[in-house]
Design a protein around this ligand. Structure first.
Ligand code: 13P
Length: 286
C-alpha cells in the first residue's frame, strides 16, 4: 500500500480531497469503510482526543489494520486536534499514520515551537503531521440552534500561516477560512472565504479544511481547486447515525438485538460518506 504522503501529493496535483471521517464506535467505522470500498476511495479515519479515549488508541489502530488487510484499501488513521505533544506521542506509539497538533489557542511562537518538535519526532517515525493556524471558533462538533457567528479574528492570517510554515516542518496545514465544527440547525451555512484561501494556497503547502459538515457543495468544490487536500466530516455522520438509531429504537420498542437495530445506522453513515466521497472527488483514486 502506498503511504498517506503519496495520496496527499496526488490529491494536491490532481485536485481532489481525501475525506477524514471521525468515529467513536465500530458501527460508524463499518459505514465509513463500506462507502470507501464501494467507491474505491482512499480514506482517513479520525479520532479526536475524546473519541480516541473512548475507543482506545490501540483498539483504533487494530481496527484500521484489520480493515486495511481485509479490503486492501488505503485506510489511514489520524489523531484529530491533539492538544499536547505527550498525547500525540502516545498515538504515534500506538501506530497512528498521522497526527494533528492543534496549537490554535497558543500564541503563534508557542504553536510554532511545539509544532516543530512534533514534526521532528513524527518524521523520524514516518508519521504525517497536520499543523493549524487560526481557529474554528468551537472545539466540539455539535448542533447549534442559534446562528453561529464566525469571528473575523479567528480566521487564518496568511502572513501568520507563512511564518508558521517557514519554521514548523509540518506536512499539511489546517486553515480557518469560514467553516466551523458542527451544524447550524437554524439554517445558516458556513461560507468559505475563497480569496483568503487562495492567498494562503500561494505559499504552496497542501491545506486541510475542518468543519466540513453543512458547507455548501459549490464552496467545497472551489476550495479543492485552491489547495484543500483533506476535508474533515464529523457532525453530518453523527447526525445520520444518532437520528437513525433513535428512530429505529422508537419504532421497534421490543427490539433488544444490537446487530439488528444498528443496521440502519450503519447504512445511514455509509450514505453520508458516499455523498462526501463523490463531492470531494476521491472516488477511483486508489
Ligand atoms: P464537522 O463536525 O463540522 O463535520 O467538523 C469535523 C472536524 O473538523 C473534525 O476535526
Amino acid at each position: 500500500m502506498k503511504p498517506l504522503k503519496y495520496y496527499f501529493k496526488k490529491a494536491y496535483k490532481e485536485k481532489f480531497a481525501i475525506g477524514q471521517f471521525n468515529f467513536s464506535t465500530f458501527e460508524q467505522v463499518k459505514g465509513i469503510v463500506a462507502a470507501a470500498q464501494n467507491l474505491k476511495s482512499p480514506i482517513i479515519l479520525g479520532t479526536s482526543e475524546g473519541e480516541s479515549k473512548f475507543v482506545g488508541l490501540q483498539e483504533a489502530v487494530a481496527l484500521r489494520n484489520v480493515l486495511r488487510n481485509k479490503t486492501g484499501l488505503p485506510i489511514f488513521l489520524n489523531l484529530d486536534h491533539g492538544k499536547s505533544f505527550d498525547y500525540l506521542k502516545k498515538a504515534i506509539a500506538a501506530g497512528y499514520d498521522m497526527v494533528h497538533f492543534d496549537g490554535s489557542k497558543l500564541p503563534l511562537e508557542e504553536n510554532i515551537k511545539i509544532s516543530s518538535q512534533v514534526a521532528k519526532y513524527a518524521k523520524w517515525r514516518s508519521v504525517v503531521v497536520e499543523g493549524e493556524v487560526g481557529r474554528f471558533g468551537t472545539d466540539a462538533s455539535r448542533l447549534y440552534t442559534e446562528k453561529f457567528e464566525i469571528k473575523e479574528e479567528n480566521l487564518t492570517k496568511p502572513e501568520e500561516a507563512k511564518q508558521y510554515l517557514h519554521m514548523a516542518n509540518v506536512d499539511v496545514l489546517a486553515v480557518s477560512v469560514g467553516t466551523f465544527h458542527g451544524l447550524d440547525v437554524s439554517g445558516a451555512s458556513p461560507h468559505i472565504r475563497l480569496e483568503k484561501l487562495q492567498e494562503i494556497n500561494a505559499i504552496g503547502v497542501p491545506l486541510v479544511l475542518h468543519g466540513g459538515s453543512g458547507t455548501p457543495e459549490e464552496d467545497i468544490r472551489k476550495a479543492i481547486q485552491s489547495g484543500i487536500v483533506k476535508i474533515n466530516i464529523n457532525t453530518e455522520s453523527r447526525v445520520a447515525f444518532s437520528h437513525t438509531l433513535r428512530k429505529t429504537l422508537e419504532a421497534n420498542k421490543e427490539e433488544i438485538t444490537p446487530y439488528k437495530y444498528l443496521q440502519d445506522s450503519v447504512q445511514a453513515v455509509q450514505q453520508v460518506v458516499e455523498e462526501k466521497i463523490k463531492l470531494f472527488g476521491s472516488n477511483n483514486r486508489i
